[in-house]
Write a protein that binds this ligand. Structure first.
Ligand code: ATP
Ligand code: MG
Length: 722
């Protein structure tokens, strides 16, 4: 075992090795991008297991996305083999929702609690506002939700919040915060912030439970520590208090989530909380070329409040960073599309090694259009993702209701979807009755005639309640896929979409089938016994957009700069470098926000391994009008020598030795795009592409791609592009 453990140190430099060997006590690694923080953390975990210092189940690793956790798990398993089974790895939210399910009874919830997303939260708030006579135009549910969320992130109770309230908005929020919590509890539901706040309360109220988890997790690891918020900080502190074996890694220069409550101060507090802590600095960058490393350094120098860090690399000098100027956003995206195609076809760089990053989601539209027109396979992270679609949320609400009938938000969502004669008046009657008797809507729906409903309305409600109750009673002992299939069939959702019989409704129908496939896949995956619906729903509630980024797929990635954190790509485009967009207009006024935008630029630029492009357009459509744009101040801050201007962006041929340029330059074949009748479309490679593929580098699969609904995609037209 000693030997095996030592082998794990081989792929690391001496400083990284030191971080791995320092297994006892607190360790903080503060280092720049690409210096191997995540890699060191992964090897450290493998080392703990291989050297028999800990059982896998004694290791807790907290990452920023579920995807990062999955990757880490795979890497550790590669390093130490099947021994690695049983590690606790995931985001704060997923790990602590698991804890909460195990301990739910101790805080007055049942283990099948629902997790409310922002939609559910706002629905609930809107209703409370209505009841309290708060004007929803003047005080929007969305901003009230935001305020409650920050209060929860700072562990502020409704009473504490009310005491601080000093403007009308805060006063309204204060009036809603307490009742909102009560409603959640009655619905046996938690919002996202509760998933962190409740464990803290659990641990504070039940020292024995805390002691249990302190013993269980002997070694705690946190990646991207600079983006933890107060609740996350407190959780880590509580859990590490006994043994103090906690290793955090991060980079203050990459802190980009202050708007969500992240606090760089957590890095500074670490030294105070663990005075004996070892601080380790990594300075060698393994990710990027020298030019990119120097360029990134020049970006972050623009910030005054930044710890000074050295970063160097032994990698090649590399290509200059390129600046692309475009006439319009359309021109910008076309240039990018051409450049990507060029680098792919002539340079042999696989599609999945490209990322196009932007500041706001809205920018993706024109980029998507260009890639689609050019026949380049891509995937978009964010936007209207699968689980945010209406039909999917409807189906999930039914499933949630079967697992947790007290879930009022789900009940309201589907009680009349598809329409079954339960109108607004009937629902109001139920609400009133529930409020008067302190019942959940579900309980009220059990006694519809007592609620003063007409016999016709009562009959409809009874029928609905009977449907849900039937499947609720089956749920605990029926495999998830079997239950879901039968249940969704009987809700009438599928039939109503079939009856509607429009291209859109057929795509929706298809999507629900896709959801049922996902349930089946989940139910039958790896474990010994089929998994339950409750487990599926928990997993689905916690997937974030980055998580569904499947790496098997060979596609160009489009995503926001925020979502790109921790990732790396051979070629990166940072787009829309214009004043008012990047940095955003509101940040331009505020030095603190401006520094955060600059860190965001830094994060984006440091995702690139070999080639980095920046782009801006001189005009852009904003708020429905074409407006002229001024290039970003971030570009002007940089030395002219750091940037090379390119005219078209296209026709850039990378060096042959690095990318193994194919001999046959004529391989830039066209692409064929076929629109399906149901609004989806597929891309197929042409013979020219297949020839290019055969010449030895990138194997192109025929791609199949389905987008969210948009009217122009629904045309059953055929397009051909030469
Ligand atoms: P970020 O701040 O962007 O999250 P990071 O510090 O976590 O970056 P990693 O992602 O761990 O950096 O590493 C960057 C790249 O460098 C990875 O591809 C990793 O495998 C590689 N790398 C790190 N350390 C070494 C090493 N000692 N030898 C070879 N490759 C390394
Ligand atoms: Mg990392």
């Amino acid at each position: 075992d000693e030997k095996r453990a030592d082998e794990l140190l081989e792929g690391l430099n001496p400083v990284q090795q030191e971080a791995v060997r320092a297994s006892e006590g607190a360790v903080m690694i503060i280092a720049g991008p690409g210096s191997g923080k995540t890699r060191t953390l992964t090897h450290r975990i493998a080392y703990l297991i291989a050297a028999r210092k800990a059982w896998p189940s004694q290791i807790l690793a907290l990452t920023f996305t579920n995807k990062a956790a999955r990757e880490m798990r795979t890497r550790v398993t590669d390093l130490v083999g099947p021994d690695a089974k049983g590690m606790w790895m995931g985001t704060f939210h997923s790990v602590f929702s698991r804890v909460l399910r195990r301990e739910a009874d101790k805080i007055g919830f049942s283990r099948d609690f629902s997790i409310y997303d922002t939609d559910d939260q706002e629905r609930l708030l809107r209703e409370l506002m209505l009841r309290q006579g708060v004007d929803a135009k003047k005080y929007t549910p969305r901003s009230i939700r935001g305020r409650i969320s920050s209060a929860k992130n700072q562990m502020m109770t409704p009473e504490a919040y009310a005491a601080l309230a000093n403007d009308p908005y805060m006063e309204v929020t204060a009036r809603l915060y307490g009742p909102y919590n009560q409603r959640l509890r009655k619905a046996n539901a938690m919002d996202f912030d509760d998933l962190l706040a409740w464990p803290i309360r659990l641990f504070e109220q039940h020292p024995d439970v805390l002691a249990d988890y302190q013993r269980r997790w002997r070694y705690i690891h946190i990646d991207e520590y600079q983006d933890t918020n107060k609740a996350q900080y407190l959780l880590a502190k509580l859990l590490a208090a006994e043994h103090q074996n906690i290793c955090v890694v991060g980079d203050d220069a990459q802190s980009i989530y202050a708007f969500r409550g992240a606090d760089i101060g957590n890095i500074l507090s670490f030294q105070n909380d663990y005075p004996e802590a070892t601080t380790i600095r990594l300075e060698q960058n393994y990710r990027s070329t020298q030019k990119i490393v120097r360029f990134a350094d020049a970006i972050i120098k623009g910030n005054t409040k930044q710890l000074d860090k050295k970063l160097w690399t032994e990698n090649d000098e590399g290509e200059p960073v390129r600046l692309m100027e475009a006439l319009s956003e359309r021109d910008e995206s076309q240039k990018i599309e051409r450049t990507i195609r060029d680098l792919h076809v002539r340079g042999g760089i696989p599609w999945k090694q490209f990322a196009v990053l932007y500041r706001t989601n809205a920018q993706s539209r024109s980029m998507e259009e260009s890639l689609r027109r050019g026949g380049i396979p891509y995937r978009m992270v964010g936007g209207t993702s699968f689980y945010q679609r209406k039909e999917i949320k409807d189906a999930l609400a039914y499933l949630r209701l079967a697992v947790n009938p007290s879930d009022d938000a789900s009940l309201l969502r589907v009680i009349n979807t598809p329409t079954r004669g339960i109108g607004g008046k009937t629902v109001d009657g139920l609400r009133r009755y529930a409020a008067e008797h302190g019942l959940s809507l579900w309980q009220a729906a059990q006694e519809p005639s007592d609620a003063g409903l007409s016999s016709r309305a009562a009959g409809a409600v009874e029928k609905f309640a009977f449907l849900v109750a039937r499947f609720a009673s089956k749920a605990p002992h029926t495999p998830a896929d079997e239950l879901a299939r039968e249940y969704i069939q009987e809700t009438g959702l599928l039939q109503s979409l079939r009856d509607e019989n429009t291209p859109e409704s057929l795509v929706r129908l298809e999507n629900i089938h896709e959801l049922l496939n996902a349930v089946a896949e989940f139910a039958q995956a790896d474990s010994d016994a089929p998994r339950t619906l409750s487990e599926f729903l928990q997993e689905v509630s916690l997937v974030s957009d980055v998580d569904r980024l499947g790496e098997e797929e060979n596609r160009v990635t489009l995503m926001t700069l925020h979502a790109s954190k921790g990732l790396e790509f051979k070629v990166v485009f940072v787009t829309g470098m214009e004043e008012g967009l990047f940095p955003l207009a509101k940040a331009a006024q505020d030095p603190t926000e401006l520094e955060e935008e600059r860190r965001l630029f830094y994060v984006g630029a440091t995702r690139a391994e070999e080639i980095l492009y920046l782009s801006y357009a001189r005009t852009r459509y904003r708020y429905g009008e074409s407006t002229s744009a001024v290039r970003s101040r971030f570009l002007d801050e940089l030395d002219g020598d750091d940037l090379m201007r390119t005219e078209s962006g296209a026709r850039f041929a990378p060096r042959k030795d690095r990318f193994q340029l194919p001999d046959d330059d004529g391989a830039q074949g066209g692409y064929r795009v076929e629109y399906d009748a149901d609004g989806g479309y597929s891309y197929e490679s042409t013979p020219a592409q297949r020839r290019a593929a055969k010449s030895g580098y990138e194997q192109m699969d025929p791609h199949y791609y389905r987008t969210s609904l948009r009217p122009d995609a629904a045309k059953p037209a055929r397009k051909k592009k030469a």
